[in-house]
Design a protein around this ligand. Structure first.
Ligand code: ATP
Ligand code: MG
Length: 270
């Protein structure tokens, strides 16, 4: 097994290597404690989907992993670097973490190719030729080879989101974080973006995905994690967590999501 590990650059065999390791993560905004002690480990090549009700802390968790939010307590290690170490070079560590948000955040005044090359050149110091080569191969990966010279406003929402994914991939991240990447899209555009994400998962990309696409989570995730009230309430195999949840709060959430007309007695009080 030890030999197989070193022979396997994609990391399929060394699947126990944690790319993200989170220990006792807490985050408060003023008096409001949003994360109350989250532990999480994402191994190389693993796809972890995070589900849970609005306000449960899913985005805050992802933003802490990228240190867009500063944790109040706890430890976060990504690719062997402790981000929560005060001496950590955050900018360098962040280049290894790709993040895709609900809003695509492309630069409106730059064409697609320039959107994909600018950070490679400014942050990674790549030259024009190399950065364009990397950008074009990632545009191909997301099915946008013919849109390199288009401006973002000329793309559909789904195409913009795929361009944003290609931009993140162009930095050669160790892990990709997705925060509800399809929730701002018209329903007919969702499938293409999920298809790209599915392809990445199949290629062995390590992914932490906040999503309300239960079908996607069920089919693509290795692990599903249900959050509520700042805690991880339940986690495990998607067939178990989504198909046969153990915890009452998970059951109630899934009943609401899978059947939006379903109401809990508690909901009527809100
Ligand atoms: N910058 C901030 N300042 C103050 N409160 C915040 C801030 N960011 C988030 N919160 C609060 O933290 C809680 C968790 O927010 P978060 O965005 O993580 O939830 P979420 O699970 O991603 O919800 P949604 O499904 O609606 O996106 C909410 O009560 C929110 O109002
Ligand atoms: Mg959110």
């Amino acid at each position: 097994m030890a030999d197989a590990k070193t022979d396997d650059p994609a990391g399929a065999v060394s699947s126990e290597t944690p790319v993200i390791s989170i220990d006792g993560l807490k985050k408060s905004f003023g008096d409001l404690e949003v994360l109350k002690g989250v532990d999480l480990s994402v191994t190389r090549g693993e796809v972890v989907c995070v589900i849970g009700p609005s306000g449960s802390g899913k985005s805050t968790l992802l933003r802490c992993v990228n240190l867009l939010e500063e944790p109040t307590a706890g430890k976060i290690v990504v690719s062997g670097t402790e981000l929560t170490d005060p001496d950590c070079d955050i900018d360098a560590a962040r280049t290894r973490i790709g993040m895709v948000f609900q809003q695509f955040n492309l630069f409106a005044h730059l064409n697609v190719l320039d959107n994909l090359t600018i950070a490679q050149r400014k942050v990674l110091g790549r030259g024009k030729e190399e950065s364009e080569r990397v950008a074009k191969s990632n545009l191909e990966r997301v099915g946008l080879s013919d849109k390199a010279s288009a401006m973002p406003a000329q793309l559909s929402g789904g195409q913009q989101q795929r361009a944003a994914i290609a931009r993140a991939l162009s930095m050669n991240p160790d892990v990709m974080l997705f925060d509800e990447p399809t929730s701002a899209l018209d329903p007919e555009l969702v499938g293409d973006v999920l298809g790209v994400m599915r392809g990445l998962a199949e290629e062995g990309m390590t992914m932490l995905v906040v999503t309300h696409e239960m079908q996607f989570a069920r089919e693509v995730a290795d692990t599903v994690l249900f959050m509520d009230g700042g805690y991880v309430v339940e986690q495990g195999d998607p067939a178990q967590v989504i198909g046969a949840p153990r915890e009452r709060r998970t059951k109630e959430f899934l009943a609401r999501v899978l059947d939006p007309t379903h109401q809990n007695p508690q909901d009527t009080a809100v």
